[in-house]
Every structure is written in C-alpha cells, then in structure tokens.
Design a protein around this ligand. Sequence first.
Ligand code: NAD
Length: 347
Amino acid sequence: MKTYNLALIPGDGIGVDVTDAAMEVLGAAAKGRFAFDTTSFPWSCEYYLEHGRMMPADGIETLRGFDAIYLGAVGWPATVPDSVSLHGLLLPIRKAFNQYANIRPHRLLAGVEGPLKAEGFDILCIRENTEGEYSGAGGRVHEGKDNEVAVETSVFTRAGVERILRFGFEQARSRRGHLTSVTKSNAQKYSMVFWDEVTRELAAEYPDVTVSHMHIDAMAAKMVMAPQDLDVVVASNLFGDILTDLGAAIQGGLGFAASANINPDRSAPSMFEPVHGSAPDIAGKNIANPIAAIWSVAKMLDHLGEAEVSAAVLSAIEAATAKGIGIRPGLNTTDEITAAVIAALEA
Ligand code: NAD
C-alpha cells in the first residue's frame, strides 16, 4: 500500500481543533486505499514562548523531505505579536519551498446560505505567495523618535509574476476559460503596470483563455455584485490575501474557506491549510467549523494524485452540509460536523 509522509503543524487555538478533525476525516478517506505516516510538530506561539523562535533553526530542512505539510493555524496575539508568528513560520515555509501559488476556492456548498443573492458562483482565487507586498523588504530608522521612518518595499520579479500568471492561465484553461488579473495599475505605476504587461504577454500564449484586467477596488465590488461572472482570479500577495477573505465571506464565512500553498514544479512539499486563523475567541470550545480544514485535506489529496478520494471527501462535506449540518455558526459542534462528514464518507 502506498504510504505518504505527512508533516502536521496544528499550530495555535482552533488550528489544533480543526487539524484533529481534518486528520480524522483523512484517516477515514484513506482506509484500505493508502496510508499516511504522520509526524506532528509542536511549532506554535507556545513553542515560541518556550524556545524564542517559532520553529527550530533546521525546521525548513526537517520539513523538506515530506510529501506534504498540513497546517491548522498559527497566531496568539495576546502573547506573541502576529508579525513574529507569521514571519517565523508560515511565510518562511511558503518562500523556502517555492509554494508560489496560493489557491483558494470560493463557492457555496450545498445547503450553505451566503450573504449574497447570487448563489451560482464558483471562483478560484490564485494569490501570489512568495513576494510582492509581503516580501519582508524594508526597515525602520529613528525608532521611537519624532522623525521615525518605516519603509516597506514591494518586490515584483519577472520570474515571480510570470510563473503565478502562467499557473493562473493553466487553471483557467482547465476550468471555464476565463482569467481576471487584479492590479491597481492606475495608482501603482511601476509594479502593477509591469504585472499588466506580463499578463498581456502571456495572454498571447493562451488564445483559448479570455482575460479581464480589473483594479482591486472594482474587483472587491464585483465579488459582491456579480461573483457568478468570475472564474479564475489572479492577484498579488496582499490583494489576494484581502480578496480571499471577501471570498470566504460570500461563501458563508471563514469556516468554509480552504486553501493550498502549491509548489507547482513539486521540487519541495506543498502546504495545505484553512484560510482562517487561530480564532482565539472560540479556541478549545469545540465550536470551530472544521469544513475549511477538511476541504483543505481534499485539496491535499488532489495534489498527491488521489483525485478520486479527494472528490469523495468533497462529496462527503456536501452531503453533510446538504443535510443542514455545520451550515451556520453555533449550529453544531466541531465533533458533530466531523462525524457527519465521516458518516457520509463511509455510507
Ligand atoms: P481568525 O480567522 O482567526 O478569526 C476571525 C473570526 O472568524 C473570529 O471571530 C473567529 O471566531 C471566526 N472564525 C475563524 N475561523 C472559524 C471557524 N473555522 N469556525 C468558526 N468561526 C471561525 O482571524 P483573526 O481573529 O484576525 O486572527 C487570529 C489569529 O490568527 C491572529 O494571530 C492571526 O495572525 C492568526 N491568523 C493566522 C492565519 C494562518 O495561520 N494561516 C490566518 C489568519 C490569521
């Protein structure tokens, strides 16, 4: 039987709750078909408080040998600043392993009511995941003084922009054939004009894909007013980050928003995680919705080449939500939702 090596980083808060749920479903889905050899790492804000870093110095090298990484959520702002937890774990993993495509599906699952009148949307947001506004290039001078200065520079490389757009074109080709490239090239006249130019260059190679260019502000409105007109959406790190929370909102909330950090050339492991954070307000209460985390498992199975089992997991999620399970906050416990998905898988 094929065995996959899986690195697990449950992280903080509900990251732990939803990772447990996701692994239960993974176990049920894999049963009799393939196996997972799972190694769990305690890297989190608690780990930081004990060791002064979010993961060991050789953390990246430790993860490199795995087939995939599954992460719950990281962050505990009451004790560790978010800038420390994010830059100490999640961002280094995404960059070190060239997980440059962060893909996030936004559609309403059966039985889930979103806040919009529109129901028939199916958007794949692709966020650039390694550079742009989150490059970490910058600094502060004269700290704490009246003349303090903070500079943070966005970094857009031709290689980085071209590869994320190419990934987007390929995805559009395999879906409904439409790509929307999101920039703010009216205001940001260097990086975003450059992004638009690369989009146009690549469009010539994909005559079967229709391309729209939209500014981020107009795109935010479009996702509310006419999400059904969108297919694949490609955006920079910051814009994609913001748009995908909007995407989560229109699909019923963060409890439904899955994501995959993909290294398309497979030279290093990809990482799968729900979009949401550690939700300190509901941590440990058994009320976190595990559906985003379970959907992220389906994304992982897909990436590992287990498309059939991935589809079965997604069908099981929808079988549960179609029965009204987990469709609203507070309706069911984390355990109840997980059990309903597993029951549907095993039915
Ligand atoms: P959050 O996503 O943790 O929570 C936002 C709101 O959504 C909260 O009210 C929370 O209760 C609710 N929510 C989130 N996921 C839910 C779920 N599965 N079921 C039910 N309700 C859910 O965002 P935040 O409050 O801005 O951040 C909390 C911490 O998480 C911070 O430290 C932040 O940096 C971190 N964070 C981590 C990641 C990540 O690890 N990928 C992503 C976002 C935020």
